[in-house]
Write a protein that binds this ligand. Structure first.
Ligand code: XIL
Length: 378
């Protein structure tokens, strides 16, 4: 019996938390369910943020690039690519034997204006934009062929009502810009997984639009691997049942579902919008920033409960869910400190600003099957 317990404990890969007692890690707890990841900023993957690196290596087995693979970072001028940061991101993932995600090839944000314009600043024609898209995708995907395991090929193509967003891609190329993007990505690395990634797919109109879009791409022969639910969630939206229904809706199409950018916003909402539209920006007011000295216990508990409710759904759908990725490592890194209001103290993740696990960390671990197995053994 003792040996059995010790083997299980060993398999779980315990680590000593600074609090002094043994805890399992996220990647161990969910190793039979799905990959567990974090989005990394440059300070993390270059090793400058030593605390973050330790957490990443211990807790996660997949990484996403928060910004360094976006068009504006990697391809700032027509004839100029800058792979310096992206190469280090990929090296970090390889060195630590992690599943490396590419984010993102075709998007309407963080894409320079020149992509859509000629020398006079007028919109380019369809052929020119298709050529630019092809060159960009083949260069970037080709460079990391066999290293980056899956790509967010198109990010956020849909409006909240489920219709196709009127982005410069759609306006200039037409709706087949999606088909082309997936074809170019597949051609550049036939082994890479191809994803469609978006926010608020939990809401019926947008979900219906996404289901129709994926079906259409599948009918056109696109080998789409998975749909990414970004997971920029609020405390009261979406409900666990809504998430459950969303996972089922996409699973029926024969694709995997991934939670790609998970964070739970506990701050007072600056807007009623549920959209994670990065261009939103509201003025800072004291009442929108109540937790500058840390998160009160009661709110920690509410956050923990909310995380547990969501993870219970993810675990239930472990056959469909291939990955759950948090959008950042600690609360201090989160983009929610600056979106949709600049300069707030956000608390959306499982680790606080000192890199210590919050009550939500334990609540999430409790939803995994491993600790219960261990409890039974003991
Ligand atoms: C965010 C980054 O976290 C920020 O650092 C950046 O300033 C803006 O973009 N949806 C996405 C991500 O797909 O790329 C966004 O990341 C968050 C919303």
């Amino acid at each position: 019996m003792f040996m059995k317990i010790m083997t299980t404990v060993g398999i779980m890969g315990i680590f000593l938390a600074t609090s002094g007692f043994a805890q399992t890690t996220l990647k161990e707890a969910f190793k039979n369910d799905f990959l567990i990841g974090a989005a990394l900023n440059e300070a993390a993957f270059t090793g400058q943020n030593i605390n973050a690196v330790a957490l990443i290596k211990t807790q996660f087995n997949t990484i996403s690039p928060e910004n360094v693979l976006k068009w504006e970072s990697i391809h700032p001028k027509p004839d100029q690519y800058d792979f310096s940061a992206a190469d280090r991101y990929v090296e970090f993932g390889q060195k630590n034997k992690m599943f490396i995600v590419g984010h993102t090839l075709v998007w309407h944000n963080q894409t320079p204006k020149w992509v859509f314009q000629d020398d006079q600043g007028n919109p380019v024609d369809r052929d020119t934009l298709l050529k630019r898209m092809h060159k960009h995708i083949s260069t970037v995907v080709g460079r990391y062929k066999g290293k980056i395991g899956g790509w967010d090929v198109v990010n956020e193509a849909l409006n909240e009502d489920g219709t196709l967003r009127d982005s410069p891609w759609e306006k200039i190329i037409g709706e087949d810009y999606l088909l082309k993007a997936y074809q170019f990505a597949h051609e550049a690395d036939p082994q890479a997984e191809l994803y469609y990634n978006d926010y608020s797919l939990e809401n019926a109109p947008k979900q219906n639009g996404a289901v129709a879009l994926i079906k259409k791409l599948q009918a056109q022969g696109v080998p789409i691997t998975a749909v990414g639910l970004q997971g920029h969630y609020k405390m009261d939206w979406p409900g666990p049942q809504q998430v459950d229904a969303t996972i089922q809706a996409f699973s029926k199409l024969g694709v995997k579902v991934m939670i790609t950018e998970l964070d739970l916003d506990v701050l007072p909402p600056a807007t009623r919008s549920q959209a994670a539209e990065v261009s939103m920006n509201f003025a800072l007011q004291a009442k929108l920033n109540p937790y500058t000295n840390g998160l009160p216990d009661a709110v920690q508990q509410t956050l923990a409960k909310r995380y547990a409710d969501l993870f219970a759904v993810f675990v239930q759908h472990h056959d469909t869910i291939s990955r759950v990725t948090f959008w950042g490592v600690t609360d201090g890194d989160s983009w929610l400190n600056n979106w949709p209001v600049k300069g707030r103290a956000a608390h959306p993740l499982l680790f606080n600003r000192d890199g210590k696990p919050k009550p939500a960390f334990n609540a999430v671990i409790q939803t995994s099957k491993l600790p219960q197995d261990l409890q039974k053994l003991m």
